[in-house]
Design a binder for this molecule. Structure first.
Ligand SMILES: NC(=O)c1ccc[n+]([C@@H]2O[C@H](COP(=O)([O-])OP(=O)(O)OC[C@H]3O[C@@H](n4cnc5c(N)ncnc54)[C@H](O)[C@@H]3O)[C@@H](O)[C@H]2O)c1
Length: 273
């Protein structure tokens, strides 16, 4: 990554308290979102997945005056119980949730989807990358009042086939469908639920995908904006959806990908660097 991105300051999130799930390091999409929300006055809590990551996440959380930092493995009910109990003890209520979590076995992110997706890999990928949002949304909603808002992070590999994305694309399709069903269930309580579909961004998770370099250059060259996806745009979309700017918007999958998703066929010659 180049220079550290900066985020517009303001008070769109003033008085709002939210939980950020999915920061692994300073390149994490959830961290860009957290910085944008903090710059707009939000009070934050973070989860981290395991001791090794705590060392990276703690200084980041401290730099945005986070009020809570708690371990959470989304595949473990006891860990989810404890994390949400900590949020309840600390604040009693919650205004927003950011879910930016996905994982699959590296062996499933290369080659043939049909050949490489074992039953266990399919189940585990679905559990971490799709069910965890259903579970977190239910728990978060118990702490939310009308006006609450939550988002998850997805990718175009849910709608179209992308080389090597494989089972993760299937999990993202389930995540997006889950977003719509959660939005339907929580809508009558005044809680909004949306997904941000980001184009490729250099993070730990993206590094696991074979031919990631091709993915980045194809997205850049074929997209209408002829550019990489800027994490500030993803953070801006999160701010819109989580603040009152996003009133009346729910169940949506909002693309932030330099327009790549609208292209059926790139311009002649566009794919030459
Ligand atoms: N990087 C991209 O190009 C891109 C594009 C679109 C969508 N996304 C999505 O954005 C989200 C965040 O990914 P990222 O790219 O910032 O990468 P990242 O590696 O920084 O974040 C992934 C996070 O998932 C967490 N996680 C994995 N297994 C977990 C578990 N069992 N319990 C709790 N947490 C667990 C990791 O600790 C990490 O914080 C993911 O859902 C990813 O699919 C990424």
């Amino acid at each position: 990554m180049g220079a550290e991105p900066t985020f517009p300051k303001g008070d769109l999130m003033k008085g709002k308290r939210g939980l950020i799930m999915g920061v692994a390091n300073k390149n994490s999409i959830a961290w860009h979102i957290a910085r944008q929300l903090h710059a707009q006055g939000a009070t934050l809590a973070f989860t981290y997945a395991g001791e090794a990551l705590e060392r990276r996440v703690r200084p980041l959380a401290e730099s945005v005056e986070a009020e809570l930092l708690v371990e959470c493995d989304v595949t473990d009910d006891a860990s989810m119980d404890a994390a949400f109990a900590s949020v309840k003890d600390k604040w009693g209520e919650l205004d927003f949730l950011v879910h930016a979590i996905a994982f699959t076995d590296k062996s499933a992110l290369e080659g043939s989807f049909v050949a490489n997706t074992t039953r266990q890999i399919f189940k585990d990928t679905m559990d971490v990358s799709a069910y965890s949002f259903v579970d977190a949304a239910r728990r978060a909603s118990e702490l939310m009042n009308p006006g609450g808002s939550m988002i998850t992070l997805t990718y175009l590999g849910s709608e179209r086939t992308v080389p090597n994305y494989n089972v993760m694309g299937v999990a993202k399709a389930a995540l997006e469908a889950s977003t719509r069903y959660i939005a339907r269930d929580l809508g009558p309580r005044g809680i909004r639920v949306n997904a941000v579909s980001a184009g490729p961004i250099k993070t730990l998770a993206a590094a696991g995908i074979s031919s990631g370099k091709h993915m980045f250059s194809f997205n850049r060259l074929a997209s209408p904006l002829r550019d990489d996806t800027d994490p500030r745009g993803v953070a801006g979309a999160a701010l819109y959806l989580l603040s009152d700017l996003g009133l009346s918007c729910t169940g949506e999958t909002h693309h932030v990908d330099a327009g790549f998703h609208i292209v059926g066929m790139p311009d002649e010659g566009a794919l030459k660097e």
